[in-house]
Design a protein around this ligand. Structure first.
Ligand SMILES: Cc1cc2nc3c(=O)[nH]c(=O)nc-3n(C[C@H](O)[C@H](O)[C@H](O)COP(=O)(O)OP(=O)(O)OC[C@H]3O[C@@H](n4cnc5c(N)ncnc54)[C@H](O)[C@@H]3O)c2cc1C
Length: 547
């Protein structure tokens, strides 16, 4: 770092250059603030990263899809001017069953109905009715993802009849299995929707609370339809894939934030936040450098921010206890495969269909009871024998990611507990990777092992160490009603500000979560700016202590 930049004072310091930190830095810099972003890794982007599996084969290291990326952010940050390009695969996703059948998530209702009929499930009406009741309820609740959240009590008050109130209860507090079972009877359709309910949450589809994740997307669609201001039909409403992989989003966001004036410093981990008389005065890096500022926006995991960057005296004892209690156990495992050849889906009827499926996001998994068993295995400290596998073949969208004729596959796998009982991830990582490869080869991709050039796996411990991903949790805290709305990340902090004046939270661990969307970072920046326009508003959060 040049000497003249050491110890400088900034209007705002952002901790963490994950995509939310980058989005926040852009909005603050564009508003005229002098902004510094401090990132511990050598590259900005957090979980939007690329890894080399073996020489010549590169793929998404962690996150795979960006269908939640907020269209208005893409436009305002001018990401396409900074070189970001999207592919629009159609169909966009496929669910493959162990017996060789599949469900292709086509973009039209009639094509979807044909797919459901082909499963012989008898659940065509039940499938659409299940989606319809959730959309109608979401419309009545009219939740905004573009500002701080309502409370559950607020939402309850928006419903005017017992039928809706009963549905609300089942979606907020009930299980996915019970909710889906109201209108759907076949194992296939139950499991294809049941997998959505997991999505990184530490639960099984029959665990109370798992139904919420089914409802989260209808809530987002309702919110986006009325509020985004961007009717950018190519994003948000259909699946998209960034050409070159997810790191391209991070690269374009970094360039955009820098062009707006933000200073982004990588390889610089933050150790603590400095406060005086209950107000932020700066941050100290792990190297002992101090940067002074009266506004810190932490875009790293909120639990980490509250329990490691601050002492209980700085935060207040009660809130420190509450923060330690934020549940932060994930079950994600990452596996990247390099193959010398074209993967062949077992479920593809011919080469032409295989070509179409190659560009799809794919899900492979198990039955509802298999998913529940995977969760129970995780609770017992073991990895699932019938894991849920979400994957993508990024080289089918951008062939430069692999040598000619070869491909890369990026797989996200659940359930893998952060803590094993009776073994360690050093021992189990390759065993689990081998088990996943065996299952893929036996059930889902013909002769995959014959084409395998190499693989790279990231255990939950690797994800924690390499990406600062506390508990290896994909969204810095479960997306369940008990950790959403005014409980995200915990009560009293849901509107991005904290009792430490000038400290804001803005990672995916804050409302509305929503994976790779950028909304938490945008909303947190907006809140910080609103408070700056009227500094007395800091007072409404109270002083936190005498530090
Ligand atoms: C295996 C896996 C697969 C996923 N797949 C998808 C997917 O396909 N689609 C999707 O939408 N979402 C997916 N997600 C979730 C999604 O990637 C995350 O929710 C999202 O990227 C989080 O963004 P963020 O900016 O809030 O946080 P992060 O990306 O976690 O960024 C936080 C940043 O803070 C930095 N940091 C941490 N500590 C410090 C410190 N002390 N000092 C300085 N910097 C620090 C970290 O290095 C990191 O760069 C996946 C997650 C995982 C783990």
């Amino acid at each position: 770092m040049p000497d003249e930049e050491r110890g400088r004072s900034y209007d705002a310091v952002i901790i963490g250059a994950g995509h939310n930190g980058l989005v926040a830095s852009f909005y603050l810099a564009r508003a005229g603030l002098d902004v510094l972003v401090l990132e511990q890794r050598e590259d900005a982007g957090g979980l939007l990263a690329t890894a080399e599996i073996v020489p010549g084969y590169r793929t998404n290291a962690v996150s795979n899809s960006c269908h939640n990326l907020e269209p208005s952010i893409v436009t305002q940050m001018r990401l396409q001017d900074f070189g970001l390009r999207f592919a629009h695969p159609d169909p966009s996703s496929v669910m493959a069953f162990a017996d060789g059948r599949r469900f292709v998530a086509a973009n039209s209702r009639s094509a979807l109905a044909d797919e459901l009929k082909a499963l012989n499930s008898g659940d065509v009406d039940g499938y659409f009715a299940t989606l319809q009741v959730m959309s109608s309820l979401a419309e009545k609740l009219d939740v905004s993802f573009y500002e701080g959240p309502p409370s559950l009590a607020d939402l309850y008050g928006r419903l005017d009849n017992d039928t809706d109130r009963a549905l609300f209860h089942r979606l907020m507090f009930g299980s996915a299995t019970d909710f889906l079972g109201e209108r759907i009877s076949s194992e296939e359709v139950m499991s294809l929707l049941g997998m959505v309910a997991i999505s990184g949450n530490y639960l099984g589809p029959s665990t109370p609370g798992s139904a919420y994740m089914l409802f989260h997307r209808p809530l987002y669609r309702g919110s986006s339809a009325t509020r985004s201001g961007e009717r950018f039909h190519t994003l948000g409403t259909s699946k998209v894939a960034p050409i070159g992989g997810m790191a391209e989003i991070a690269r374009a966001m970094t360039a955009s934030a820098r062009a707006a004036g933000a200073v982004i410093r990588t390889g610089t981990g933050v150790a603590s936040i400095v406060t005086r008389h209950g107000r932020v005065t700066g941050v100290v890096t792990r190297d002992g450098e101090e940067y002074t500022t009266d506004a810190v926006l932490s875009a790293v995991n909120p639990k980490l921010t509250l329990t490691e960057f601050l002492t209980p005296d700085q935060l207040g004892q009660e809130l420190a206890t509450q923060a330690r209690g934020i549940k932060m156990d994930g079950t994600a495992f990452k596996l990247m495969l390099a193959v010398a050849g074209t993967p062949r889906f077992t479920c593809a009827v011919d080469d032409a269909e295989n070509d179409r499926l190659l560009k799809c996001g794919f899900r492979m998994g198990t039955t509802i009871s298999g998913m529940d068993q995977g969760y129970h295995a995780a609770l017992a400290g073991e990895w699932s024998r019938e894991p849920i596998i979400w994957g993508l073949i990024p080289s089918s969208i951008d062939p430069t990611l692999a040598p000619e004729g070869g491909h890369v596959m990026s797989l996200t796998v659940f359930h893998a507990p952060p803590r094993l009982v009776g073994s360690t991830w050093d021992v189990e990582k390759d065993r689990f990777a081998g088990h996943i490869i065996d299952r893929l080869d036996a059930l889902y991709f013909r002769r995959l092992k014959d084409m395998l050039v190499g693989y790279r796996a990231l255990s939950p411990e690797d994800l924690q160490r390499d990406f600062g991903l506390v508990g290896a949790h994909v969204s810095h805290g479960d997306i369940t009603a008990g950790q959403m709305f005014d409980a995200r990340p915990t009560f009293g902090l849901a509107h991005y500000a904290t009792p430490v004046a000038g400290l804001y939270l803005g990672s995916v661990g804050t409302w509305p979560g929503n994976y790779v969307s950028g909304l938490p970072g945008r909303n947190a920046a907006r809140r910080l700016l609103a408070d700056r326009a009227d500094p007395d508003r800091y007072a409404e959060f109270g002083a936190a202590g005498a530090n």
